[in-house]
Ligand binder design. Structure first.
Ligand code: URP
Ligand code: ZN
Ligand code: ZN
Length: 501
């Protein structure tokens, strides 16, 4: 049964749920084999990049895009060229999700998607590259942390890079390690947490040191902006009053908490002249702090996530109160007015990327906080849904253009994080990462049919217009008509460069 409960908004006319899920149409053809042909010709599609939209054919040879043309003469193509008829479909650059947490140890457990399952789900949903967070713990150096994440990601099936999360700054070793990571290891972005006190949070002294060090190497610093001490104060207060239900997660993380940290982060970056990127911005108050920073000429990049654009804090009021745990993540869901502000921020170009913060936990894991909201592991699944949801609720709903869709799902992340033009566009010489997308197929999201290793969906029953039909990852047909055939470990690590984007 479709369980989605939401407020009706002018942005979304859902959910008018059919009683039963749409039944899948089973093709009467041999199963999809996958693999990388010598060459692929994508014919009759509509190619979309940030520069514009055109009807054209696209030729892939090996792992890269070889040519674009109004029409190719088949006779001139390499022997055994595989032809894909994309009539009626868009051809988009493969999605890039710049914010995921695969098999991340967190809050006494580990996110439930490993690099294989999570990146397979990513491919099925049209995302061919992820940037995941390598999380330093108290006992390991940055280079040791990188080795741990390199080892976990051996089984990835989409391409991937890492941001390095610095959770303690040691003046004796961290500067040297940061320099090595940027210059020799292709890790050109560092992450700080201003929340999760006693766990991941760094104080302002460490934050300043990290910003200063990153500036020396033109690396980017990403921040989770919430004021950890404010949260701790509110959580302890709620608990002392016996308020322990899941909805108190959101009540103890109001927008003020996020706005304060966002403003402080931009101030510290202004002082140190650092390149910064604000992850998962969720509310108008925080966006206003970004506007203030920009008004003084500061350049910075902002990400939101698909859940903040589509879902509201009404979801914390559930008939079965612990169901609210499905949406326990940080920052929490906000008011409808915040969704409006975020869409405006997107449209104004203030928000450059729409990510997922994919960090799934099954309900058995969420149950760790059954009697105390502060113990519910923070995070939700989303990597499979972002691309189709943003198309449906953004392009199809008339809120963004096709070109903006490509910028938000792929190109901007590639530019900001030093992967462009290898990734994030459809140009000759680029990696042949692309999504053939049928805008006319209507379907719904269900946990029972998604591929993420999570027993619930944050978007259960959500109606979607538009579907990923075929995905090429570096020229290899990895997804076709709902099937994914790809070898474990075939994803490549992306060594990134510093950038001025
Ligand atoms: O709740 C969240 N967002 N979990 C993942 C870790 C983080 O804060 O990004
Ligand atoms: Zn975060
Ligand atoms: Zn995150």
């Amino acid at each position: 049964m479709a369980l989605f409960k939401t407020v009706t908004t002018p942005f979304t006319n859902q959910p008018t749920m059919p009683a039963e899920p749409l039944s899948p149409v089973l093709p009467e053809k041999p199963p999809f084999q996958g693999g990388r042909p010598t060459a692929t010709l994508i014919q009759n599609g509509t190619i979309v990049t940030v520069e514009g939209t055109q009807k054209a054919d696209l030729l892939v040879i090996g792992e890269t895009i070889a040519a674009l043309s109004k029409k190719f003469n088949i006779k001139g193509l390499p022997p055994n060229t595989k032809v894909l008829d994309a009539t009626g479909c868009y051809v988009f650059p493969g999605g890039i999700d710049p914010h995921t947490h695969m098999e991340m140890p967190f809050m006494g457990t580990q996110s439930s998607d490993d690099f294989e399952a999570g990146t397979r789900a990513a491919l099925i949903g049209g995302t061919t590259t992820i940037l995941d967070f390598a999380m330093q713990d108290a006992n390991h150096s940055l280079l040791e942390t990188l080795a741990q994440w390199e080892s976990k990601a051996q089984k990835a099936v989409c391409d991937y890079g890492f941001h390095m999360a610095v959770t303690h700054f040691d003046p004796a070793t961290s500067p040297l390690e940061m320099a090595t990571l940027v210059k020799d290891r292709g890790i050109t972005s560092f992450k700080v947490f201003m929340a999760y006190k006693q766990a991941l949070m760094v104080g302002d002294d460490a934050l300043l040191a990290i910003l200063d060090e990153a500036t020396k190497h033109r690396a980017t610093v990403l921040a989770h902006c919430e004021h950890g001490d404010m949260i701790d104060y509110l959580v302890q207060k709620a608990k002392s009053q016996g308020r322990l239900t899941a909805d108190y997660h959101a009540k103890t993380r109001p927008t003020l908490v996020e706005a304060e940290a966002t403003g402080r982060f931009t101030d510290l970056a202004y002082l140190t002249n650092a390149n910064i990127y604000i992850v998962h911005l969720s509310c108008k108050d925080a966006l206003d702090r970004v506007r203030q920073a920009m008004a003084r000429g500061q350049q910075l990049n902002v990400e939101t996530c698909i859940q903040y654009l589509l879902l509201s804090d009404a979801l914390y009021e559930q008939e079965t109160p612990f169901d609210a745990a499905k949406w326990v993540f940080s920052p929490p869901l906000r008011a409808y007015e915040d969704q409006v502000a975020l869409w405006q921020g997107v449209k104004q170009g203030l928000i450059k990327t729409v990510a997922t913060d994919h960090c799934p936990f099954c309900m058995s894991q969420k149950a760790m906080g059954q009697d105390d909201f502060s113990l519910i592991p923070n995070g939700m699944p989303g990597v499979e849904n972002r691309f189709e949801l943003l198309y449906s609720e953004g392009v199809e709903a008339g809120k963004i253009t096709l070109e903006e869709f490509v910028a938000l799902t792929s190109t901007n992340a590639a530019k900001i994080f030093g992967m462009h033009p290898k990734k994030g566009t459809l140009t000759v010489g680029a990696d042949a990462d692309m999504v053939v997308f049928n805008p006319n197929v209507k379907h719904q999201i269900f946990a029972a049919t998604h591929h993420m290793n999570c027993d619930y969906s944050a978007f259960e029953g959500w109606p979607v217009t538009g579907k990923v039909q075929t995905v090429l990852r570096r020229g290899e047909w990895v997804v076709h008509e709902g099937q994914c055939v790809v070898a474990r470990g075939s994803g490549n690590f992306l060594a990134r460069t510093v950038t001025n984007a």
